[in-house]
Design a protein around this ligand. Structure first.
Ligand SMILES: [Mn+2]
Length: 327
């Protein structure tokens, strides 16, 4: 059975794409990674001797088992709202033989054996519970989703129970393609809200939309949770451990905070009192080396020292911040 992976990136998130693909190679994944992107292709691509595939997309062979295809993403929607669109396009057009498909944020690395992911998705739509769990069925935000979507024919069944899922990961088999179709339809239903092109946090939107009391504040993640709650969805959820937010750290690591493990401001943030997340930073640095040479060995060593120094000085710098604190 063919398996494909999707991810979406722009700007310096290409570092994360390299780490994600390297992690997939190490877990035993075999297949194609489709990386939707806007802007420049990564500099590290040159080392892989890229070519063009029949569809005219840039193709790189990472190993004899793993290929990487770069798919330019049109339109103005923020890339995070294009996960369903890219996954559907892979299933219907770019890789019609694909039976299992996964979408990972580029700030995720996989640690579990790939056979685990395959078994997981064979049980149903693979999702991971978010830090904002629980969101009870009668939560006012959930109620608002229903009021908004039901007049458009969506039928809520409470499948998602009290869960609230993280938008960084999604896995489905072709059998569950209705999930992706529903997700795409939900994006289209909320498009008139005027928020799908805006960055995380909805900067640029009216003030009342830039807070959780607005039902679509986390637009892509909220859409995912609406889809999960609909009639006929067969979910296969995991808890926080799947994202590496609690032990055991064996499935994925999702570096959802900031600064990202590839950021160059780790020391500056430490001076402001922010301690780098050791597990996230060291694991990503470990995944920058290969098979894709995301960074040189020398650069990785330099960054390991930056994280060490940042971790050592941040508590003291944080303590000094308290002396200036007013509330
Ligand atoms: Mn993320």
């Amino acid at each position: 059975m063919e398996t494909s992976v999707c991810t979406l990136f722009e700007g310096n998130y290409h570092f994360g794409v390299g780490a994600l693909v390297n992690s997939l190679c190490r877990t035993g994944f075999q297949g194609t990674v489709f990386a939707g992107y806007r802007g420049e292709l990564p500099e590290w691509l040159a080392a892989l001797g890229p070519s063009q595939n029949a569809a005219g997309h840039t193709l790189a062979r990472v190993t004899d088992k793993v290929s990487l295809v770069f798919v330019p993403m049109a339109g103005t929607w923020h890339l995070t709202n294009l996960k369903a669109a890219l996954m559907l396009r892979v299933l219907r057009e770019l890789s019609p033989g694909t039976e299992r498909i996964f979408c990972f944020d580029p700030d995720i690395v996989c640690l579990a054996p790939w056979s685990f992911f395959e078994g997981w998705v064979d049980e149903g739509v693979a999702l991971v519970i978010d830090g904002n769990f629980p969101m009870p069925q009668n939560h006012p935000v959930r109620k608002a989703w229903r009021r908004y979507c039901e007049p458009h024919g969506l039928k809520f069944a409470g499948t998602a129970q009290d869960y609230y899922f993280n938008g960084g990961f999604l896995g489905i088999t072709r059998r569950d393609i209705a999930f992706l179709e529903a997700l795409q339809k939900i994006h289209e239903l909320i498009e008139p809200e005027g928020i799908l092109s805006l960055p995380m946090g909805l900067a640029g939107a009216p003030e009342y939309k830039r807070r959780r009391s607005y039902p679509f504040w986390l637009r892509d993640q909220d859409a995912l949770n609406i889809a999960a709650d609909l009639e006929g969805m067969n979910l296969s959820p995991m808890g926080w451990e799947a994202m590496g937010w609690r032990q055991p750290f064996e499935f994925m690591l999702h570096a959802c905070g900031s600064p990202k493990p590839w950021a160059t401001n780790i020391l500056r943030e430490a001076i402001r009192g922010k301690t780098p997340e050791a597990l996230m930073n060291f694991t990503f640095l470990d995944h920058f080396s290969g098979p894709i040479p995301v960074m040189s060995a020398e650069e990785i060593r330099r960054r390991i020292w930056q994280v060490r120094i940042a971790g050592a000085i941040a508590p003291l710098c944080g303590a000094l911040q308290w002396l200036k604190r007013s509330r």
